[in-house]
Design a protein around this ligand. Structure first.
Ligand code: GLY
Length: 463
């Protein structure tokens, strides 16, 4: 955990941003996998971690904005718990580690909430993603399940997004650590890839590195020779000569800060000329984004500038045609990159996405677009120092999408469908780095950039 002042200060700032009422932040509970005592890996709620620090199941934090009181609700362990789990610190001592004096058994939380609502006070709740917490709120506050989404406090969401968007020095140090573990995961994956290896052998190696150095991967590992499927979690293919292996993976540190990187490597150890041509377009797109990221620019502007690099490169290869600027304005390039350039990253790999993507990535000045491709951009707003984000351009040849667009005669002025036929089985390339926005520009997170030039990748695979 961070030192107690960090949590005290975060809650103090939150109290200033929320006008009145009671803020409720529910932690997570154990979640059974196939029978009650066999649980999934426990993951604490990220807002609870941010304000209350503790990584234990069955807790809730309350901040009374009007009185200034702060409470930690949780049960002390029983003798039975001690027998199975070993001795555990008391709730009082856990609370004191994060600067909280008032504690009570979890069961008392309901009384506090009911009393508050009965006396007409505002109880601020967040969007819920765990069903047990939804059931709790339904039982205690009487919120119907189909109204749970409307019962959330937009004031609280906006306040939390404002705070969590700007990473402090402690958080940045954690994310650097996560990226350093990500470096090992990706370079070991490159070394392991070879014809005859099954994808799960590489994915399992990456997962093991993550587990042994911190925590679980920050999201289920995406690793496939079919990289044209953006989130491909099937790891059963035997890799063969001529395949490209797309590996999109990151880890969590012990404090749950994430990394998220993607590299694409030739299974044979050497890119073919055709693979290299497309690879270099994506690499140029990634580098161009990095040259632009700085405070004041919107990430939508960066996304669109990167799209132009992609469209220009594909025009040079003869896959696209016409004016790349016009193609991007119309959205024709989205056939090849149907997703956005990146997202915020922090305690969640898609940071704060549980609070609502548009609250995190957009604001009053810039609204999400509806155009195919651009609508997938999770972060569009103006960048500020302290933001941590991913830069992940890609180029994919998705046969089903190509066929659909071709039969609909979409963008005939910008796409050379005849030439495209010879790329149907190409797969996909994505190159993703994690970036901190600094006062005068940006810096790559982690102490070393994961090999990215074709030469660096091939050297790493040989080593
Ligand atoms: N890197 C996986 C994702 O952004 O969803």
């Amino acid at each position: 955990m961070f030192k107690r002042e960090v949590y005290i200060n975060r809650r103090a700032k939150l109290k200033k941003l929320v006008k009145d009422g009671i803020i409720l932040i529910l932690g997570n509970n154990e979640s059974p996998m196939n029978y009650p005592a066999n649980g999934y890996h426990f993951r604490q709620d990220s807002d609870f971690l941010y304000f209350f620090g503790h990584d234990h199941a069955g807790m809730a934090g309350v901040i009374d904005v009007d009185s200034g009181d702060e409470f930690l609700f949780a049960d002390d362990v029983s003798m039975d718990d001690i027998i199975w789990m070993g001795p555990q610190p008391s709730v009082k001592s856990l609370a004191s580690e994060v600067g909280i004096e008032k504690t009570a058994p979890f069961g008392d939380l309901a009384n506090l909430l009911v009393k508050a609502t009965d006396s007409g006070r505002n109880v601020h709740i967040l969007p819920q993603y765990r069903h047990d917490n939804m059931i709790y709120l339904n039982q205690v506050l009487g919120i119907p399940f189909d109204k749970m989404k409307d019962a959330v406090s937009v004031e609280l969401i906006k306040a939390i997004v404002a705070l969590r968007s700007i990473k402090d020095e402690y958080e940045i140090a954690e994310i650097d650590k996560a990226c350093d573990i990500g470096y090992i995961m990706h370079t070991e994956a490159m070394k392991k890839a070879a014809p005859g290896v099954i994808e799960r052998e590489v994915a399992g190696l990456m997962e093991g590195i993550s587990l042994s150095r911190g925590g679980v991967p920050s999201f289920p590992i995406i690793l496939s020779v079919n990289g044209q499927t953006l989130h491909n979690h099937y790891h059963g293919n035997v890799m063969k000569e001529g395949d490209l292996m797309l590996a999109d993976a990151g880890c969590e540190t012990t404090l749950h800060y994430a990394s998220d990187n993607t590299r694409t490597s030739p299974v044979s150890g050497k890119f073919t000329a055709k693979q290299r041509e497309v690879y270099e377009i994506v690499m140029n797109a990634n580098n161009h984004a990095m040259s632009l990221i700085k405070p004041g620019i919107t990430y939508r502007e960066v996304h669109l500038a990167v799209a132009k690099v992609l469209a220009s490169g594909l025009t040079e290869l003869g896959i696209m045609k016409g004016n790349p600027d016009d193609a991007v304005r119309e959205g024709a390039h989205a056939l090849f990159q149907p997703h956005g350039l990146g997202h915020m990253m922090g305690l969640d790999v898609h940071d704060m996405e549980g609070l609502g993507e548009n609250y995190v990535g957009y604001d009053d000045k810039i609204k999400r677009a509806s155009q195919f491709g651009l609508s997938g951009l999770r972060l569009g707003r103006e960048l500020k120092p302290g933001f941590v984000l991913t830069n992940e351009p890609g180029c994919y040849f998705i046969p089903e999408l190509i066929d659909s667009w071709k039969s609909d005669k979409k963008f005939m002025d910008f796409i050379n469908y005849e030439k495209l036929e010879s790329y149907r089985d190409f797969g996909g390339i994505r190159l993703e780095d994690d970036i901190l926005v600094t006062p005068d520009g940006n810096r790559l997170l982690g102490s070393k950039r994961i090999p990215i030039t074709p030469e660096e990748v091939e050297d790493c695979m040989r080593s």
